[in-house]
Design a protein around this ligand. Structure first.
Ligand SMILES: Nc1ncnc2c1ncn2[C@@H]1O[C@H](COP(=O)(O)OP(=O)(O)O)[C@@H](O)[C@H]1O
Length: 190
């Protein structure tokens, strides 16, 4: 199985690239942000819990997120591999992912990180906020909080995967096609 973690700060372009890569490599794409938004839209219990954190630009608690992720993985027993987008975001989540994949006799093959500087991120997210209908993209203070949370809680995962020799940084500035090509160059050599 080829399991990839697509990594990077909010607005780095993970969702855009994951949509292309899942077709190209026949992988199942799991975006925790998308699953949360689906649940919020359908007013499920999970959605109500998640919304209170997401609207403030905070992370949803690990326990809630990990259970949800495991359920999504279990929904796809035939998968040839997964692209995880927006997960893991904490060390606890990374450990949980390793355990659950181990239980299926597989592992994370690579973390591919899209590198984009902060001011570009803020600009992209504000632009997306004009059309996405996402409340967390509409407010600059919430966007900046998400970026701060990324550096405080999530960026450490770079070291986590580096230690396992699984980290690959990719320049996330350029055209969508250029970035797909950079990522593909990494995947094709795995
Ligand atoms: N793995 C996760 N752990 C905790 N919270 C998460 C996780 N994934 C998504 N969320 C919540 O959902 C929000 C939106 O997620 P996502 O669409 O991936 O954001 P972004 O576009 O900022 O990368 C996050 O700001 C966070 O509140």
């Amino acid at each position: 199985m080829t399991n990839l973690v697509l990594f990077g700060p909010p607005g780095a372009g993970k969702g855009t690239q994951a949509d292309i890569l899942k077709e190209k490599y026949q992988l199942v794409h799991i975006s925790t942000g998308d699953v949360f938004r689906y649940n919020i839209k359908n007013q499920t219990e999970l959605g109500l819990t998640a919304k209170s954190f997401i609207d403030k630009g905070q992370l949803v608690p690990d326990e809630v997120t990990i259970n949800m992720l495991n359920a999504e993985v279990d929904k796809n027993p035939e998968a040839k591999g997964f692209i995880f987008d927006g997960f893991p975001r904490t060390e606890n989540q990374a450990d949980a992912l390793a355990n659950s994949l181990k239980g299926k006799g597989t592992e994370v093959k690579a973390m591919i990180a899209l590198e984009v500087e902060d001011e570009v991120l803020v600009k992209r997210l504000l632009e997306r906020g004009k059309t996405s209908g996402r409340k967390d993209d509409a407010d600059e203070a919430v966007i900046r909080n998400r970026i701060t949370v990324y550096y405080e809680e999530t960026a450490i995962l770079k070291e986590y995967y580096k230690k396992q020799d699984k980290y690959y940084g990719v320049d996330g500035v350029g055209s969508v096609e250029e970035i797909t090509e950079r990522i593909s160059n990494v995947i094709d050599k795995l």
